[in-house]
Design a protein around this ligand. Structure first.
Ligand code: CA
Length: 241
């Protein structure tokens, strides 16, 4: 996947949804807002066409005929740094939390208000663009390197993982403010969600899983009870090779 492509034209949103009526509704409303849309009926179709489609964002229905939506998300996340919005008919909180844990940026519950969906899509894309605004620099902390341009995190062993948009944004807030107590609002950044939303805890927990060898006694991301979180690392910003 090209990750550093220059975006000049319309943003491309791929809708992965087996119900034609729902897909059509989403395509229409996104087209009204000048998005370029494509429709995949199945998870398999998305994965087959992914390289050619090069989406900026995928809207994924969790109830797909061929594949569990959460499994699809996991595979998509490992192959593409695009934004992910979950669409779910299930009202269970656990599915949504699981989706966020697996790297979704946000979710919308069916039935949805089309304009609300567009607002979520725009918010995710805006955050991605803000996060990529620090061109050409990578953060080096401990044995880690993080490139905000493509959300690539390289670990001590040399392996590279692509973080979700929201996770990358959260890590970047920490990296720009090391050794400072950050409250929930500061950590949410530009996210349009309530500071009491569980999403922030889910993301902190995901970052810890990636960064902390001992999750039970985190050394990098410290909880400061009643105040917020503290990122304890020396951070250096290098020009990207
Ligand atoms: Ca469905």
């Amino acid at each position: 996947m090209p990750t550093g492509k220059e975006k000049t034209g319309a943003r491309r949103v791929v809708i992965v949804e087996d119900e034609p009526d729902v897909a059509r509704t989403i395509e229409h409303v996104l087209a009204d807002f000048a998005f370029d849309t494509s429709w995949c009926r199945t998870g398999g179709e998305l994965l087959r066409r992914l390289r050619g489609l090069a989406p900026d964002l995928c809207i994924i229905d969790l109830g797909l005929p061929d594949m569990d939506g959460l499994e699809l998300m996991r595979r998509l996340r490992s192959q593409c740094p695009c934004g992910i919005l979950i669409l779910t008919g299930r009202s269970h909180v656990s599915d949504r939390v699981m989706g966020l844990e697996l790297g979704a940026d946000d979710y919308v519950v069916k039935p949805f208000e089309p304009r609300e969906l567009v607002a979520r899509v725009r918010s995710i894309l805006r955050r991605r663009e803000e996060a990529s605004g620090h061109q050409g620099q990578v953060a080096v902390f401990g044995e880690w390197r993080f490139n905000p341009r493509n959300n690539a995190l390289r670990g001590p062993g040399g392996g590279e993982e692509i973080l979700s948009t929201a996770e990358g944004e959260l890590l970047q807030v920490f990296l720009r403010n090391p050794s400072r107590i950050l409250n929930r609002e500061q950590l949410m950044g530009s996210r349009d969600v309530s500071p009491t939303d569980r999403a922030i805890d889910v993301r902190i927990s995901r970052l810890r899983k990636r960064l902390e060898p001992q999750e039970s006694s985190p050394a990098l991301i410290k909880t400061v009870y009643g105040a917020g979180y503290l990122f304890l690392a020396q951070v250096r910003w290098d020009d990207s090779p």
